[in-house]
Design a protein. Structure first.
Length: 267
């Protein structure tokens, strides 16, 4: 899951590094067109490339199609575990990483740093995550201390991000905030601890729905804070606060998990 999670900061790092220069060389419209062209290219590649494991003409065709599973298949206890633990992912990734990466360059620009330089400084976080996310997954598997890794990564990154508006050098705090990468594989694999094979499709769908709800709401809150307070520094502190709150979603997940493991029946 950590290797899968690497795809997420790669695109952000490339975008933050290159799009400001495209804006300088041409204008902001060209940067928007490039951004739109990349997912269009992805759609094209998915359409033309053969799917892994696709049937060939030499393979036998099944005598009868398998029975379609129910649209919604998840037990009450699994539902509540996913609902409670699902908040950890958007708080960590969107609140902690995306909001910070989006507004920290604004703060640096307000301090007089050219926007291309500001974007490059903050993009260091994304480039470091490409290395630290798989490392976090490896360390989690080797040590078995997944909850400790999540708590430590979130709180250490929160402290570093909170320092960005008030204490220099900014580059040092950006580097330290990359400890956030230690949490990614663990939080993406969390549903596997709660879901049975029969409920995996529904449960993962619910988990991703919670993630995208958070991804929609948290940037709106960040924008409101920016408009109300008139400073990106308050948005960065909001980002740090999201990272402080995220481990408590995991704690609630563990409390329910332990409660039901001791024999409490589904309600």
């Amino acid at each position: 899951m950590s290797v899968l999670g690497v795809a997420w900061p790669v695109g952000i790092a490339v975008g933050m590094s290159l799009l400001p220069f495209i804006n300088v060389w041409s204008d902001w419209r060209a940067a928007v067109y490039v951004t739109a062209a990349v997912p269009a290219l992805a759609i094209f590649l998915v359409a033309v490339l053969p799917a892994p494991g696709a049937e060939t003409k030499d393979e036998p065709v099944p005598a009868a199609a398998p029975k379609r599973p129910p649209l919604w298949s998840i037990r009450p206890r699994e539902f509540w575990l996913i609902l409670v633990g699902g908040a950890a992912w958007p708080l960590m990734s969107t609140g902690g990483y995306v909001v910070f990466s989006s507004y920290a360059p604004v703060m640096l620009i307000d301090r007089g740093i050219p926007h291309t330089t500001a974007a490059l400084i903050i993009s260091v976080l994304s480039w470091l995550l490409i290395v630290i996310i798989p490392l976090g997954g490896y360390l989690t598997d080797r040590t078995g201390k997944k909850d400790l890794m999540f708590w430590g990564g979130c709180l250490a990154a929160a402290a570093a991000i909170a320092m960005v508006p008030i204490l220099g050098p900014v580059e040092m705090w950006v580097v330290l905030s990359a400890l956030l990468g230690l949490t990614v594989g663990m939080v993406m694999a969390l549903p596997g601890e709660a879901l049975s094979p029969e409920s995996r499709a529904t449960g993962l769908g619910l988990y991703y729905t919670i993630y995208y709800i958070g991804t929609g709401i948290l940037p709106v809150i960040a924008g409101w804070i920016q408009d109300t307070m008139g400073s990106a520094a308050f948005v960065i502190w909001f980002s740090a606060a999201c990272l402080v709150v995220a481990p408590f979603s995991l704690l609630a997940f563990r409390v329910l998990q332990r409660r039901w493991s001791l024999g409490v029946q589904d309600s």
